[in-house]
Design a protein around this ligand. Structure first.
Ligand SMILES: CC(C)(COP(=O)(O)OP(=O)(O)OC[C@H]1O[C@@H](n2cnc3c(N)ncnc32)[C@H](O)[C@@H]1OP(=O)(O)O)[C@@H](O)C(=O)NCCC(=O)NCCS
Length: 351
């Protein structure tokens, strides 16, 4: 029995101004706009300036979410960042963000579950609020995947982009958290992983990291594809069942934006009409933990998602991992941050 309700009261998001188009990628690797468009649905991705860090995106997204909710950073009881690309392996990105927001002492931690991160963060935040531990939690999904993307590998470099999205989750009379399903299967990390920089291939040991390009995302694309379609559909059904709902009750699905064909196949399996599915993959590519809050932010901003709607947020990613949340939209405002490249970084290339 939960003591309190939880609601999202503000959303913020941003993407860096630099853009990498399919035509740009044609100049880097043996690929074509036609192949990328047909196989992924992607046209552009936003790429951070060379000196940029994930906190450069996470902080503006967080400030925008606070502005949307009408709160100051000091009003927040806990900060959770979902990211696979923190500024440092440690301390947590959330600690860096807290300091840049001007708060000291606020509990702050990261969730490391790759592209499923925002769904895990929302479930965690809602649970902390519903149980009475906190009254307000700032959750952020932020990534600079361009930093770990191998721009000599055509199988992966066309997919990834940078961005950040944030939400304020607060104690509320009406509980908007209707149900969730989270899961993971770590039996074969190599299906989708960043090999270098951990204890298996530490940065400090010989030249192996650079020689084998272990500091870049490695992926078995077709295995990930099959896993994604089956698991996103199954997870959505599980979360709906826990909410006491069916697919007919869904007003909108906000899926992780990994590949248009994955999204289309998933909603087809669920029997959900395409008009109920939020897709912005052409503009951003796959921004991992940032993809769902950016897509949610744009859908609220455009007036598509409205107060009272039943929204399913569903993701999959490295782990392998998956998760979905069924959430009643309480009509929270959204603020988009328009980022400028810092003056000191101007003049450098897009990536
Ligand atoms: C990566 C992905 C787009 C590849 O699409 P696909 O239809 O499975 O393509 P395949 O891997 O079967 O490759 C088909 C051919 O295209 C080639 N190819 C791969 N990338 C290419 C590119 N960017 N441009 C042109 N050709 C490419 C392959 O080399 C292969 O050539 P071959 O038939 O001569 O061997 C797709 O598998 C996918 O999206 N998987 C999920 C990845 C993902 O979401 N990862 C992140 C999860 S959070």
């Amino acid at each position: 029995m939960n003591a309190y309700g939880a609601a999202i009261t503000g959303v913020g998001f941003c993407a860096p101004p630099g853009v990498l188009t399919n035509e740009d990628l044609e100049k880097l690797v043996d690929t074509s706009d036609e192949w990328i468009t047909q196989r992924t649905g992607m046209k552009r991705r936003h790429i951070i300036w060379p000196e940029g860090t994930t906190s450069d995106l996470a902080v503006p997204a967080a400030k925008s979410a606070l502005q949307a909710a009408g709160l100051a950073a000091k009003d927040i009881d806990c900060i959770i960042c979902a990211t696979a690309t923190p500024d440092y392996p440690f301390p947590a990105l959330a600690c860096i963000v807290a300091a840049q927001l001007g708060v000291q002492g606020t509990p702050a931690f990261d969730i490391s579950i790759a592209c499923s991160g925002f769904v895990y963060a929302l479930t965690t935040a809602a649970s902390l609020i519903r149980s009475g531990v906190f009254r307000s939690v700032l959750i952020i999904g932020a990534e600079t995947l361009s930093k770990i993307t191998d721009y000599t590998d055509r199988a992966t470099c066309v997919l990834f982009g940078d961005g950040a999205g944030a939400a304020i989750v607060e104690r509320a009379d009406e509980d908007c958290f209707l149900g969730a399903d989270l899961g993971a299967d770590g039996s074969d990390p190599s299906v989708l992983y960043l090999p270098g920089g951990g204890s298996k291939f530490p940065y400090n040991k010989n030249g192996e990291l650079a020689d084998k390009r272990l500091g870049y995302i490695k992926m078995q694309g077709q295995s990930v594809f099959k896993f994604a379609v089956n698991q996103m559909a199954a997870s959505t059904r599980n979360a709906l069942a826990r909410a006491g709902l069916t697919t007919a009750d869904i007003d909108f699905v906000v899926p992780h934006q990994a590949n248009l064909r994955i999204v289309d196949a998933t909603i087809k399996m669920l029997g959900v009409p395409q008009a109920k599915c939020i897709v912005n993959i052409a503009e951003y590519g796959n921004t991992s933990a940032a993809s769902i809050p950016i897509a949610l932010g744009e859908a609220v901003e455009s007036g598509l998602i409205k107060k009272g709607n039943v929204v399913v947020l569903v993701a999959f990613g490295g782990g392998l991992s998956w998760g979905s949340v069924v959430w009643r939209w309480s009509g929270a405002p959204v603020v988009r941050a328009h980022l400028q490249r810092p003056a000191a970084a101007a003049g450098a290339g897009a990536h």
